[in-house]
Design a protein around this ligand. Sequence first.
Ligand SMILES: NC(=O)c1ccc[n+]([C@@H]2O[C@H](COP(=O)([O-])OP(=O)(O)OC[C@H]3O[C@@H](n4cnc5c(N)ncnc54)[C@H](O)[C@@H]3O)[C@@H](O)[C@H]2O)c1
Ligand SMILES: [Zn+2]
Length: 383
Amino acid sequence: MTIPLKKSDPITVDVALGERSYDIVIGRGILPSLGERIAALRPGARVAVVTDACVATHWLQRAEASLTGAGLTTSRIVVDEGEVSKSYAGVEFVCEELIKARIERNDLVVALGGGVVGDLAGFAAAIVRRGVDFVQVPTSLLAQVDSSVGGKTGINSPQGKNLVGAFHQPILVVADTAVLDTLSPRQFRAGYAEVAKYGLIGDEAFFAWLEAHHADIVKGDAAREHAVATSCCAKAAIVARDERESGERALLNLGHTFGHALEAATGFCGRLYHGEGVSIGMVLAAELSAQLGMIAAADVSRIERHLAAAGLPTRLQDIAGFRQEGLADADALMTLMAQDKKVKRGRLTFILLKAIGQAVVSTDVEPSMVRDFLARKLADAPA
Ligand SMILES: NC(=O)c1ccc[n+]([C@@H]2O[C@H](COP(=O)([O-])OP(=O)(O)OC[C@H]3O[C@@H](n4cnc5c(N)ncnc54)[C@H](O)[C@@H]3O)[C@@H](O)[C@H]2O)c1
Ligand SMILES: [Zn+2]
């Protein structure tokens, strides 16, 4: 990571992947520099900007102005907002539009949006003409700290989330922290769960810093750039060591085995955002770790306290409508977890915690133990 000379200078995080290495540039108000940064990498390229209808109203014109100002030819592909676009129909639409816009091997796709646009545009870039380059311009907190880094792209299958995709690294990530000012507070908080995750999996000092500074991150002080940069550094380091997730990269899934099952049980809708499911999932993972004698109960409480202080749900009972409609029962949640990719030969893979800042991959968790644990959690009396 480069330390800025002036407070206002952007921070650069290097993702070290040999010939697929790239920079993540992080700073407040750097969107206008997008065009010159891209022109420096691909002078004269044709650029197709993929975005969603909501992000388009806030940021598309500014992004396009920067690109054309740098002498680049642009076209725009606007998809519907939300997870619904991460579908076969969505990728067909984007691919056809890219072909129509005559995006060829030396041209570029720019993904301007949250994780949905990044995953969808990145996947389309991976398969159109057997791969064209792409640049991530993440506009949600989740996308800035997580989905825009690391090269996982893809869409959902009717049978499950992210089941169709490709590894395709971007050639550049430009994260302007000012664009987060237009994000809804609830989406911001959901993305924050992934920030806290980096503290939990490998950096106790960062977790302690977050406990003290999370309100400044929301406000948009320099703390925001620090949080995004520290998160990107953590992810970049893990991805550089394990690009294809054969081992350590799985740590990034802390809270996600439970979280994905909860998202599926609530129908992948506004009832529970991804980061909210991850927040509850991280607390469940911590509690399961405590039950296995791995982490102290006081640390579990500290994790729950911080996530709750950040305005995130931490218990199953916090899920909207839980008191009225309940949720799936423990067996149904187990079935949903078994459909997740984190299952090998009947044993569940869980990311467990030994301490705050010390996560481990456990590939041998006994399903019946998890089922009983979940049944107890579902039966916990609402506060
Ligand atoms: N590829 C990966 O490694 C990876 C990692 C984590 C998550 N993901 C994927 O990311 C997706 C979730 O990403 P997300 O939470 O960013 O969802 P999202 O892309 O749907 O964005 C959330 C909402 O915020 C809006 N939005 C985004 N930026 C905005 C801005 N600056 N101002 C106003 N509104 C804005 C969007 O229009 C959308 O309605 C999921 O599909 C998940 O599977 C991928
Ligand atoms: Zn996540």
